[in-house]
Design a protein around this ligand. Sequence first.
Ligand SMILES: NC(=O)c1ccc[n+]([C@@H]2O[C@H](COP(=O)([O-])OP(=O)(O)OC[C@H]3O[C@@H](n4cnc5c(N)ncnc54)[C@H](O)[C@@H]3O)[C@@H](O)[C@H]2O)c1
Length: 542
Amino acid sequence: MVLVKSFKVAGGPQEENGYTTSKYNYETTSVEVNGDSAVVNTGVQELEFRMKQHVPKTGLMLVGLGGSNGTTLSAGLLANQQGIEWERTDGTCRPNFFGSVTQATTVRLGTNPEGEDIYAPFSALVPLVRPEDKSNFVIGGWDINKDNMADAMKKAGVIDVTLQQQLREQMSKVTPLPSPFDIEFVAENQKDRADNVITKEYAKEILGQDFSDFSGRRWYVEVIKKQIEQYKAANECEQIVVLWTANTECFAPILDGVNTTEAELLSSLCDDEKCKYIAPSSLFAIAAIELNVPFVNGSPQNTLVPGLIEYAVNKGAMIGGDDFKSGQTKMKSVLTDFLVSAGIKPTCIASYNHLGNNDGLNLSSPAQFRSKEITKANVVDDIVASNDILYKREGEPEKPDHCIVIKYLKYVGDSKRAMDEYTSEIFLRGKNTIVLHNTCEDSLLAAPIIMDLGILAEMLTRLEVRTPNGEWENFHPVMNTLSYLCKAPRVPDHTPIINALPAQRACLENILRCVAGLPCETNMRLENRVMGMMREKGTLPK
Ligand SMILES: NC(=O)c1ccc[n+]([C@@H]2O[C@H](COP(=O)([O-])OP(=O)(O)OC[C@H]3O[C@@H](n4cnc5c(N)ncnc54)[C@H](O)[C@@H]3O)[C@@H](O)[C@H]2O)c1
């Protein structure tokens, strides 16, 4: 295997007017089902992709900056950007971006004349934000807790102490921005953290004395917009991405007259009673939509209520989520896909977790746990529904028994334990039970995913596509291309949710391959199987 740093496709994409443009023949199928059989019509759609070459300096603004994820990503970025090394009993550590699909994975370009596979970094496919370069990528954001970032990092207890010591001085200079807080949406046990919240005095200061309408929650949105604009200007950013990595909220009720349409949502925002149903996370999403900056929800709650989705779609503002797919669920979306696609029938999946960080404490409250349970539970649905040979569909559709438990055990801190048991039916009703035990620092898994979400959301703002007679257009504002990184992927209305991790990864890679002018990766590798082709290539004598 050979890794090259960059590549050019001969006769490939055109570069002009600041865009890279490539042509792609998209093969389509449409299926007419008639009873037990079907007619498949194949077709080819000629598409063009283009991407702005200039990668803007991007500010990733995290809501929940002072939490375990926020401090871990901040420290990790600084260590990478400044090449800081640190000592541990097992030796000297050098910073890396392991766990990041954009920074630590490769794509296969093809084979060289000697028959060796040649790979390139994923990040060489298209121009992407460079997280190792502080002139191109910065991080900031909000927290309801006013600890400076060094103290918050210490409390989170994730980063090695010898690295913390080297970062302490610069991180202690950063304090998160004040944020809206509503105890009705998070666990009661979070109340004491809230000492950095947006008050009317703060609002008056930041918005100027003429702002006077403090009814409803619209004023919070105006404050958040102002904070984003000020951060953007102060850090000389050309693009901002807002991402919620604050505490899991309970689900907001979806109520007629309150949040089912854009008009309802915007009117509820100014109504003293109805605004109580608009969660803090939704306030951030509304602000981002109004500034046309991408918003991603990294927690499980339904921040993106129907009225908010309608608003984003009408404004063409990018939104995505929900809930980072970091550990147990990621494994589940691989293992279940493997079992079902091998013709094995998972019948019972039991998933236990215990963790002792602040996320675990918040999730020890039933309403917040319920949000997590929902996103974790649906992950096998589409995989199960893809195989009617294994699962009966008549009457009540058959599904595996599936249970999720999360317990708070302070002692283990961020080092989450996940225990899973998968029982499946195999040949002649035999049973196969697989048991997994995973121990891992939760935030070290989540931080690279958060960074990737920021990088890919920015990239999607520069990606356009058109059909022969059509106009250039961005992908749909609901960013389902981010599914690979999300536990409960948000998709445009009336489109299927894909949970299987290999399919999600292939989708992301293949879209970027098309933009780069590379063929999609089919894994057919006929040049290694068909003797005529092998002779042509020289791997068999002529
Ligand atoms: N770590 C993972 O692997 C992982 C995976 C999937 C999802 N998540 C989700 O990511 C979120 C963050 O996880 P964490 O471990 O960093 O949690 P954490 O509790 O350490 O951090 C959350 C931070 O959000 C702040 N906060 C709460 N409400 C806020 C508000 N209204 N505005 C601004 N800040 C607010 C808290 O003060 C806290 O500092 C959780 O919802 C968690 O479920 C984490």
